[in-house]
Ligand binder design. Structure first.
Ligand SMILES: *Cc1c(COP(=O)(O)O)cnc(C)c1O
Length: 494
């Protein structure tokens, strides 16, 4: 029996792991979601000495159970190699009062690399398994980091093309240049006049458009997704929670069986949902602390039980979390109602039409696993400074949101459980904010800030940003949010 992945909106739409990865999104608008937690033998007396790749093998073979051992070995070895700047892949750093799990040591210096370095291998392997002849078109909306990480993975991969949409005024200069300088004949980058939610909504709409799907099929093309709505993004993210725990056991910070908290800077709810799945397979987790910035729709959701997107979208210094419609929350909602597709479809419809829904009657045990809070812009900057002063370590603004929220949480609850902060980006991706928070200097350009950051942190400039200032720009298309589909049709010639 293989694990069943079912659409969150249709109980009859059921597929295997490899099919779910190929399709990306269910055509009924739902998300493919595992109906049960697979059995995994989490023996930390052994796992403490396992490599990242070995932990990945354990987790992936349980969740992606229609891939063969050889197929997974091929995917894992090619994904987690010297593209990462440390053999640990995702090291745990001990700071004063917290542990930071560095998820930004891959080629684009944000945590999206953890999953997007393996997704192209999983997807092309799945395509071969199913004898797929169509070319796969990866359609992606990005709040800044997914776009680059997905292109880094898919550039020049035979049988694939990738189109990335990003909000023109919603990403940092470094993020934008990382994308517009992307090479690879199969890549297409488009800035839109609109925010991330506009981009994500239009992408979901294109996925569900039957006419468009037929037009593509006539040209032997089909869409898939590199967003965290694809289960091929989520499953590889479970790995590092297990790995982090094993590292804490290995270094004697905890004993086998001790509970830990994870604090996760959250946008689309993919990263923290992976932590939830880690808990479901038996990782000893006390609390999952969901950290938001000023776009605090999830804080309100967890504290009131009402999801209400009717609020002003705010552009913050942690742009990858500037999201009001958190896609992967749909999967948690599905689980909160006992995997009820009808109920989930009803709530998502309410979100669409009324802009809100409430979760009366939801599973209280699952909800009690979560805590939630948000950090303002001021608190985030102050947190970067505090961590620098206390630990001589510079966090990026997303990580600082999580770390500030964790501090609030401890003040309010007194909870002394050892806590790991999911550190989702290198400060080099957001150098102006990082430097300004530490030194108070204002008015620096991104590139002046990069040099300054190097000076104060002593951390080597990563290849991801070294030379970015002078790299040739290959993409300069800008369209209105309403014209995204027309742009896709033009680019694909359908
Ligand atoms: C994508 C991203 C997040 C948010 O992660 P989700 O899985 O969307 O919740 C946080 N920080 C950074 C740096 C990111 O790139």
């Amino acid at each position: 029996m293989t694990l069943v992945y079912q659409s969150t909106r249709d109980a009859n739409n059921r597929v295997s792991a490899s099919q779910a990865i190929l399709q990306g999104l269910a055509t009924d608008g739902g998300l493919f979601t595992p109906l049960s937690a697979p059995t995994v033998d989490l023996n930390f007396d052994q796992l403490k000495d396992a490599s990242y790749q070995e932990v990945a093998k354990l987790i992936l073979s349980a969740f992606l159970d229609d891939f063969t051992a050889d197929e997974l070995d091929y995917c894992i070895t090619n994904a987690y190699d010297s593209k990462f700047d440390t053999p640990a892949i995702a090291p745990v750093v001990k700071l004063k009062g917290q542990y930071n799990l560095e998820l930004f040591r891959g080629s684009t210096i944000a945590f999206k690399d953890m999953a997007l370095s393996i997704l192209p291998y999983l997807m092309t392997t799945a395509a071969q398994k199913h004898g797929l002849e169509n070319e796969i078109v990866i359609l992606t909306a990005t709040s800044g980091d997914t776009g680059k990480a997905a292109m880094a993975g898919f550039a020049d991969v035979p049988g694939t093309r990738i189109v990335v949409f990003y909000p023109r005024d919603g990403v940092s200069k470094v993020q934008e240049l990382q994308m517009t300088t992307q090479t690879g004949d199969n890549t297409h980058v488009v800035a839109i006049d609109g925010n991330f939610d506009d981009a994500q909504t239009a992408v979901k709409y294109m996925f569900n458009d039957v006419d468009l799907r037929e037009k593509l099929a006539a040209k032997k093309l089909q869409f898939s997704s590199a967003n965290s709505m694809n289960i091929g993004r989520l499953v590889p993210q479970i790995v590092y929670y297990v790995y982090a725990y094993a590292q804490l056991v290995k270094t004697g910070e905890i004993s086998v069986g001790d509970k830990v908290n994870f604090t996760v800077p959250t946008g689309n709810f993919g990263n923290i949902l992976a932590a939830y799945y880690a808990q479901q397979i038996g990782l000893p987790i006390n609390k999952l602390i969901c950290a938001s910035n000023d776009n605090n729709v999830l804080t309100d959701f967890f504290t009131t039980g009402v999801y209400d997107k009717k609020r002003t979208f705010r552009v913050t210094t942690s742009p990858s979390m500037d999201i009001l419609v958190s896609s992967n929350l749909e999967r948690l909602i599905f689980h909160l109602f006992g995997n009820d597709a009808g109920k989930t479809a009803e709530l998502m419809e309410a979100l669409n039409t009324a802009g809100q829904y409430d979760i009366q009657g939801a599973d209280a045990d699952i909800l009690s696993l979560f805590a939630a809070a948000f950090a303002t812009e001021e608190e985030t900057a102050a947190e970067i400074k505090r961590v620098y002063d206390e630990s001589n370590y510079i966090e990026d603004p997303h990580t600082a949101v999580a770390s500030a929220v964790y501090k609030q949480y401890v003040e309010q609850t007194g909870d002394q459980t050892p806590t790991v902060i999911a550190s989702t980006a290198s400060p080099y991706k957001f150098p102006v904010v990082a430097v300004q928070s530490v030194t108070g200097e204002t008015g620096l350009s991104d590139f002046e800030a990069l040099a300054k950051l190097h000076e104060i942190s002593g951390v080597a400039l990563p290849p991801a940003v070294d030379g970015l200032e002078t790299a040739p720009v290959h993409h300069n298309t800008v369209v209105a949010a309403a014209d995204m589909q027309a742009e896709v049709e033009r680019y694909l010639g359908v």
